[in-house]
Design a protein around this ligand. Sequence first.
Ligand code: ADP
Length: 620
Amino acid sequence: MTDFASLLLDQCEDWVLLVNPKSLAIEAASPACLLALGYQDLVGRDISEIECALPDLFYWDSVRSGLIEPLDRREGLYRRQDGDILPVEKSIRPLASRGGDFLAIHLHSIDEEKSRNHELESTLALVRATLESTADGILVTDLEGHIRNFNRRFAEFWNLPEKWLLLGEERRIYRCMLHRFISPKAGRSFRDSARAAREQETFALLELKNERWLECRSRPQLVDEQILGRVYTFADISARVQAEAKLQEAMQQAHAASVAKTDFLNHMSHELRTPLNAILGFAQLMQEEGCSPHEEKVDLMLKGGWHLLSLINEVLDLARVEAGKVDLQLENVPLQGVLRECLALIRPMSETKSIDLQQLENFPSLYVQADPRRLRQMVLNLLSNAIKYNRPEGKVWITLSATDHIVSIEIHDTGIGINAEDITHLFENFSRVGSSQHIEGTGIGLAFSRKIAHLMKGDIRAISTPGQGSTFILTLPRAQPIETLADTPPTASRRLAPLRILYVDDDATNRLIVKAMLRKQPVELETAETGAQALQRMHLGQIDLLIVDMHLEDMTGIDLVNHLPPPDTPGAPVRFMLSASDDADIKNRARNAGIQRYLTKPLDIKEFLEAIAEVHRQQH
Ligand code: ADP
């Protein structure tokens, strides 16, 4: 080798070796090559000591036997000074020079490159595995909308041949996607909004033709804070949408059934009360007038009639509470007053049954959050049970206890008691337990009361010792006392001018009953059959109290009062509604129309006359 060639080799930063093709001895090595392989010097060494892969040995064998063949970018293994094996890529060229023939080996390490490639491959494999393992369909596009990546789920959701995706047939893919939308318009608007979105995130619900619903979210793909494209994720929510649709349908059906049930209940209630009004109305009048020698029979008629009415009310109440149609007016109720009232109301029953009922003693002053009418109904039910299921000469009493938040009303009796197994069924509809079957009852009261108590955020439970007696505990949320106005002193009674009443009802029997009930009262009663007649009469003025039926032939009672000047107009009459309908909706509408009092048929003569007397007092 010339000095010039050896100088050139010394300057070379590549890894180069020159080998004698005859002896296979290394004639020269670039310093970079020595450094990479860890040798001080390589001159004189046999190349086959350094190259150690099997194909390398075969190659040098054939060189030794005179067959010199150039090699290009062939992989091989080199043994380093420290014994490590270094993978390399090498090219071998024959060189002819004045100094002799050589084989020049040009090599570089592929160790780093290999591991870099390997790393890249495994990252890509991980990304692909992640893409494929999600349940969502994924599509990645560049800023122009060219598809850059996707997963199989995406192809599956849109029913796209995977081949198209692999071949990058974008036009066909996008056209096919548009075609999959149930409405072409929705497809176009999805496409346009995807095009318009730059930095924003988008969300869309897509309905496809194959009954598939996809939830699509898209967001910009950011690399080093630069937007490179968009990532779309598609979630198949068909099952959820179908379940929601079914639920919706079930809810609509339930709602329709509930409306039908309510309509039926209201209709039944109306139809049952109307004839009962005639029966009880006339029976009450006969009783008032004294109907010797039929007093006993009229008493029985009335007893039967009121009992029938209470049964109708109980069944309808239960049905209403089950249909969620009970309208509660929650107030802060002073318990003392309610309990005294209930004890007074139930006393006649206890006397008939010879039960020792607690006297009206002073209860602690406690308030509960409750609907006063329903609270009375619950307490009366518990008291009447305590009397009904008692033994002769037994006792019934009430105790109260309270915590900061709850008031307990305990109703005790010394009656037949209930065994533990029966207590678990006590609050079921129509449940009548133990030896109580022969005692008059329906098994509705407790079931209804507990449901109402729950609606008021309270409860009812029972403890009992068979043969000794029971305690029913009604708990209700405790309320704060309300400030009461001092009672206004009673005004001195004086003779009042007759109250002028107009009663509007299309039913002749009802008009007859009201007329008979008011016969001895200080009133001047006029009647009308239709709304039009009533309006004509009202026009003439001088009516203090207007009593309307709800269902008239030509309009409703509410329509009728809506034609009148507002109730606060000077000289405007007081308005009552007298209806066979016990529907809470109608009652509310009546209240909103300025109707002061809603009386239900069958008409209780006492309640009716008291209401009239009150108007009379207010008017004068
Ligand atoms: P009813 O009294 O009309 O049958 P309730 O729902 O009020 O309906 O009561 C259900 C059943 O619970 C009664 O039939 C009776 O068997 C039992 N029961 C209720 N209260 C008592 C009580 N104080 N003592 C014993 N048994 C009772």
